[in-house]
Ligand binder design. Sequence first.
Ligand code: FAD
Length: 310
Amino acid sequence: MDMNTIEAVVRTTDPAQWRDGDAWLAGGTVLFSYGSYAFGPQPLTRLLDLGGAGWTPITVTDDGTELAATCTIAELYALPDSPEVSGRAWPALDLVRACCDSFVASFKIWNMSTVGGNLCTSLPAGPVISLCAGLDGTATILAPDGTSRLVPVADFITGDATNCLAPGELLRSVHLPASALASRVAFRRLSLSNLGRSGALLIGRLDGGTSLILTVTAATRRPVQLRFDGVPEADRLAAALDDAIPAALYHDDIHGLPAWRRDMTYRLAEEIRAELSAPEGAHDIPVSGDFWPPRAVSAQTGPTTLSKGA
Ligand SMILES: Cc1cc2nc3c(=O)[nH]c(=O)nc-3n(C[C@H](O)[C@H](O)[C@H](O)COP(=O)(O)OP(=O)(O)OC[C@H]3O[C@@H](n4cnc5c(N)ncnc54)[C@H](O)[C@@H]3O)c2cc1C
């Protein structure tokens, strides 16, 4: 895409430099695909390039993991093998590769596109959104007036390609808390076609070994989280989904009709409930329809599960 309306590319991470007609430039895989006219009523005139930010892509501490907005998908994918996390009892790190693999990404996108770019593009099928919302990530946002604020990633996305950023605000990082990383997790994803974009991506987490947190993404226009004190019975889970997701919240595009996404949400939620109700490892025996590794799986061949190989 020739962005011939761009008059300047400014290397900065300072939101105070932002003015109308600007866009933050991270990996550029969306900006250079969609062009200057796709981001508002006026064409873009400047790109504020985060390429020189120099932010450490991933910082691991006892409190959890901080993902810089400029961390690439390739860097994120490497996290489970990094020395920083070795020896830590963080089983939820299994979600990192499952989510990265949900990205139907070419070599270019894998190595260039960023955590922040994925969140700020705010597509329902954003796999970094699924990961960070499913792990109760908190986004740090820097404003042009020098202030900053924290927003749960589940609330950061407000709809299909919309989010809570005000003009000029910069997503700096996402914090994934150690408590969530220490949880047992279950992952399910469906796509209408092999190597297709996610039509439904659900993550279950068992906090403290008892409380179920279910995060629905891709099927819905924005992430939806359900929290239970324990693991509910099947009918209570279905009723909670009824209450939390009105028909209009199911996403509708070429990657899946809302009715299909709704049916798959109930099906995958029940699978996650059953998996996390059972003793750990009970799902390690292959069952009909299961599939590993976690790549796109068609509705005909069954769900992706995390339990095998995890
Ligand atoms: C062939 C193809 C397939 C794709 N498949 C998928 C898919 O399956 N799922 C999916 O979610 N996306 C997909 N995408 C879209 C895109 O590649 C990803 O969303 C990617 O993660 C965007 O990251 P980026 O760093 O390249 O963003 P950029 O293109 O640099 O930026 C995207 C948007 O986010 C803003 N932005 C970037 N960083 C920040 C920041 N730190 N703070 C504030 N605003 C910021 C930019 O101003 C711009 O509006 C696909 C794209 C292509 C071309």
